[in-house]
Each structure stands twice: as structure tokens, then as C-alpha cells.
Write a protein that binds this ligand. Sequence first.
Ligand code: G3P
Length: 231
Amino acid sequence: MGIVVINFKTYAEATGQRAVELAKICEKVAKDTKMDVIVAVQNVDLFHVSSEVSIPVYAEHIDPVKYGAHTGKDLPEALVENGATGVLINHSEDRAELAEIEDDIKRAKGVGLQTIVCAPTAASSEAIAALSPDFIAVEPPELIGGDVSVSKAKPELISDTVKLVHRIDEKTPVLCGAGVKDHEDVRIAMNLGCKGILVASGVTKAKDPEKALLDLIKGMKKERKKRTGAA
Ligand code: G3P
């Protein structure tokens, strides 16, 4: 297993028509490398992006409301109708309380959306693991958007998170993110027990996003080859 999730956030380079173009690049790399690449796009771009690519497209936010009078909310059913296959929950830039996270996960699951729940610490990852998300992504907020990766600056955060999450459920895959920029960052993360990475600026703001994504995947393949001997 090796998953790369690219969070488009609200970067200019990954908004509207540019979101479609970037998603097409991600789709091409996914096909060329036979790796799982997921894009998480602004909810307003879901329909446009998902109509143009065949890789999974996640929403960046969900509200656990039901059909009815909820002005301005992101209804789970509407996310699905607009092409989302999953959703990011509790991102550092979109925090929720544990009870809200639980509601978000329940509603997402109820409509068939996969859930990647972010957490800033190993302890919060453990608490979230008890809510049975599909993935947990640990990201130290202070490293997000910077040039120093979680893998190099806080390797113990990754290994502690994997340990605590797997104490709750050893099948819950752990991803990590923040400052991930190159194959070595990815290789270290995978070596510490991650099943993939959550990355934003390293791809969205790269001069050549295809090259940047290929480089990240190189780190994943390197580690997989070491473990299994597979190409
Ligand atoms: O969701 C991914 C993210 O928060 C990490 O951002 O720019 O450090 O890769 P970045």
C-alpha cells in the first residue's frame, strides 16, 4: 500500500480551472506509476474536477447536517452527488471537536464517503482511532506549509502515532503530512509505518507538479522495494 493524498486547500494554483488541470496531472501520474493518488479539492470544485478525472476526489469539508434548512452547509449527500468519494475531516485549518468529528464520520459513512481524519498529536490520533475513520493523518500544525518535513523534524510523532492508533485498531492506516517535499521525506514516513502521505504545497506550489509528485512516489517505491523486493 502507498497512497498520496494531495490537498488542494485554497491555493490559487489549485482553484477552479487550475484545480482541474492539476487533478489531470495527478491522474496521469497515478496511471503512469500505478499508485493510488487522491486529490482533495475545494467543495465548490468537486463537480468540475470529478467530471474530468477518474482518480478519487475528496471534499475538504463536510457538515453533518441532513436535508433541510441549513444555509451555507456542506450536506453529505450533496458532496456525493457532486462527485466526492471521500472527505477530509478535522484538518488543522478546519478543526472540529471530537463530538463533531464523530458526527462527521457517521454521516460520511452513511452516504458512502471515505474519511481521512487529521490529528495534530499521537494522543489525539488515538482518540480519533476509536471512532473508526478509514484513515488517520497526523500533521504537526507548526510544520504545515513549511520546508521542514514531519519525517525529518518529528519522526517520533509518526512512530508514536502508528503505535497508539494500532493499539486501538491495527487495521487503521496512518498517513502523515506537513512540510513533505521530496522522496526522502516520504521514504522515512513509510519506514516509520505510514501507509501514505498527505501533502499540499510540495505539489500545488511546485514549479513542475508532475515532477514533484513523481519524486514523492519514488520515495514510496523505494521503501516498498526494500520491504518486499517488488519494483
Ligand atoms: O493537508 C496537507 C497539509 O496540511 C500539509 O501541507 O503544505 O505542508 O504539505 P504542506
